[in-house]
Design a protein around this ligand. Structure first.
Ligand code: IMP
Ligand code: MG
Length: 177
């Protein structure tokens, strides 16, 4: 691993404030309904828990893990389910909660996955969006922050499995030493 340092991009207070806004908006949009919140492991876990605490309509929480192949140079981006839901989502208002949208391949796959499972509705919520790197068009219903193309860590996001526990979003500065 090259030497690197981490610079704060989005402080904890800004994340909390934005998550409260998203929670309020989601509560308004789903008035009279139950939200079936699907947290995509592991990256979205911190964000999903904080978001769920700010939603005032009934919430069911489940977890799923995916992995995407074809990162880097290959743009086909095949996505595989590594851990399926525990619950049945048929007839549910599924809200997919992701950490970050990069190529868009993961969300694109998940959108089809939940339609096949006969969800009543499918919406997407992401903590961060990096639109510069999009390979497939995806419609995102709720976005925390739109950020420039940089490698970020913290609040669930990792660099080689490290830094998920940082309470803020940081940019990794790589030093070529
Ligand atoms: P994609 O949209 O299918 O390319 O996949 C996005 C996934 O790539 C996210 O769920 C993250 O796990 C990972 N990812 C993308 N950009 C970053 C980053 O800047 N830091 C950490 N993980 C990232
Ligand atoms: Mg992820």
């Amino acid at each position: 691993m090259n030497d690197h340092s981490i610079r704060v991009m989005i402080p904890e207070e800004e994340l909390s404030a934005r998550i409260a806004e998203l929670g309020a908006q989601i509560s308004e949009d789903y008035k009279g309904e139950t939200v079936f919140l699907v947290c995509i492991l592991k990256g979205a876990s911190f964000f999903a828990c904080e978001l769920a605490k700010r939603i005032t309509v009934p919430v069911i929480i489940d977890f799923m893990a995916t992995s995407s192949y074809g990162s880097g140079t290959v743009s086909s981006g095949e996505v595989v389910v590594k851990k399926d839901l525990d619950l049945d989502c048929e007839g549910q208002n599924v809200l997919i909660v992701e950490d970050i949208i990069d190529s868009g391949n993961t969300l694109n796959f998940l959108s089809g996955f939940f339609k096949e499972r006969k969800a009543k509705s499918v919406r997407m919520c992401t903590m961060l969006d990096k639109p510069d790197r999009r390979e497939v068009d995806v419609t995102v219903d709720y976005t925390g922050f739109t950020i420039p193309d940089a490698f970020v860590v913290g609040y669930g996001l990792d660099y080689d499995q490290r830094y998920r526990n940082l309470p803020y979003i940081g940019v990794v500065d790589f030093e070529n030493k």
